[in-house]
Design a protein around this ligand. Sequence first.
Ligand code: PGA
Length: 256
Amino acid sequence: MSRLPLAVANWKMHRTPDEAAVYAERFRERMAPHAADLDRRFEVAIAPPFPALDRLGRALSGSGLALAAQNVHPELEGAFTGEVSRGMLEALGCRYVLVGHSERRQLFGEDDAFVAAKVKGLVGSSVRPILCVGETLAERERDATLEVVGRQLGCVLDAAGDALGSRLVVAYEPIWAIGTGRTATPELAQDVHAGLRERLVDRLGGIGREIRILYGGSVKPANAGELLARPDIDGVLVGGASLDPDAFAAICTENA
Ligand code: PGA
């Protein structure tokens, strides 16, 4: 089963629309020598803050590089001040949206049920969810990693079943590795990815083998290659290092 590797830049709360346009120009320049058949070897998406989506989408147009959002509300519309619907993301041409990022879970109180509702709300949409799962340091230390990520994934599969098929993307991000410079070793990450794969195949059969599982947490050019070489690591979700277009381009092109 060959799964097209996917690299996603998560800019978090960084970059204005103007800065996004400058980034796009530099990033396209760096990707240009690899552009010809890149889309058959490696998929690339960038998730800027909402205000920069339109501008970045226009700056990436015709490049094959995809636009992603960082969040979405489960409902199609309504009185939800400060929220953004899937239809709004579709209108901007987003291909992906992050769902259940650990910062959303920890800082904004998103629980498994709310995360599952968001993923369910994307059934039938052109926008594909990237479901983020991951354990805290305390959970890892008491050997509860697979139990935690299994529960986070299970809630989503209970809510959305197989309706998303291989459009679902999972991102394993150990919370202790996010923004800390502390990356999981490739072996440790592979173990968790294999555990997630087993659960996906148990629940979804063959589709579970087609779903991509990304690794995230202090990924940079120096460690992306050894992570991506593991059999169940199908891509990377990159925060800090993705703010530098040269570094993110190096991650994408050196591993394509
Ligand atoms: P980081 O963030 O690469 O800065 O650790 C990853 C993420 O939170 O998606």
